[in-house]
Design a protein around this ligand. Structure first.
Ligand code: KIV
Length: 282
């Protein structure tokens, strides 16, 4: 799918054709370039950047300005993937006109293709209004990190039948409201499958089992760049952090021992010029 610009029609079509969607986060230009080169379908500039890039405890403090700054950088690096800009906490939770204005800012100022917001039944009217304004919306249900404290922490959702049924209702409400796809986070795998079967739009899982329409992971988790804590649903495909620390330690040692830089990493000056210079400065 990703040797050309991915559209929301491509994303919807993938479910019809039973092709799994691949989504990963990026927060800056180099990671945008790498996600593009790796051929992921959808790049999420997630507000998880609050934790994995800014060192905050959660996503609540992330602002519109932070998101626009990071979306712009990713957009410069990504040619083909569909780019999703995450709406930060309180940018869509107050009034519908404010939600539309902020969704518009992420697209106009940031340059993302679509926006994502957290919430199901309660936020369906907001989703419908943003979609009506011409901005495609991806929903996010199950564990919604921006309201994790209200959910009792970063915990699996849909544990009992009533809570699970509510998540299916949330998915249906988002589809009804016009969302083109949704993220489903941290639910039991059988519920993931039921949610995916309950709607026609793609359900992209993170900790929702394999029987959904695609997967998303936070890239910094998946490559072991951020390992303060590793959620159960994260697979670390590499552990890049020790490699980077090792490189920095080697650099430190070589600078201190004066074995870096050598002539290979220095600019030379013709002997004659050096002699002349020495005369001038006495
Ligand atoms: O912000 C983010 O990275 C997300 C993912 C966890 C889906 O919302």
């Amino acid at each position: 799918m990703s040797n050309k610009k991915v559209t929301i029609q491509d994303v919807k079509q993938a479910k019809k054709e039973n092709r799994k969607l691949v989504m990963a986060t990026a927060y800056d230009y180099p990671f945008g370039l790498m996600a593009d080169e790796a051929g992921v379908d959808i790049v999420l500039v997630g507000d998880s950047l609050g934790m994995v890039v800014m060192g905050l405890d959660g996503t609540v403090e992330v602002t519109m300005e932070h998101m626009i700054h990071h979306i712009k950088a990713v957009v410069r690096g990504c040619k083909n993937p569909l780019i999703v800009g995450d709406m930060p906490f309180m940018s869509y939770n107050t009034t519908i006109p404010e939600a539309i204005a902020n969704a518009g800012r992420l697209m106009k100022e940031g340059g993302c293709d679509v926006v994502k917001l957290e919430g199901g039944v309660d936020f369906a009217p907001t989703v419908a209004a943003i979609v009506k304004a011409g901005i495609p919306v991806q929903g996010h249900i199950g564990l919604t990190p921006q309201t994790a404290s209200a959910l009792g922490g970063f915990k699996m959702q849909g544990k009992d039948a009533r809570a699970a049924k509510q998540i299916i209702d949330d998915a249906r409400a988002l589809e009804e409201a016009g969302a083109f796809s949704m993220i489903l986070e941290a639910v039991p795998a059988p519920l993931g499958q039921l949610v995916a079967e309950a709607v026609e739009i793609p359900v992209i899982g993170i900790g929702a089992g394999s029987k959904v329409d695609g997967q998303v992971l936070v890239t910094h988790d998946m490559i072991g760049l951020f390992d303060k804590f590793v959620p159960k649903f994260v697979k670390q495909y590499t552990k890049i952090r020790p490699t980077i620390i090792e490189a920095l330690k080697n650099y430190k040692q070589e600078v201190q021992q004066e074995s870096f830089p050598t002539a290979d990493h220095s600019f030379s000056m013709p002997e004659k010029t050096l002699e002349e210079l020495k005369k001038i400065i006495g």
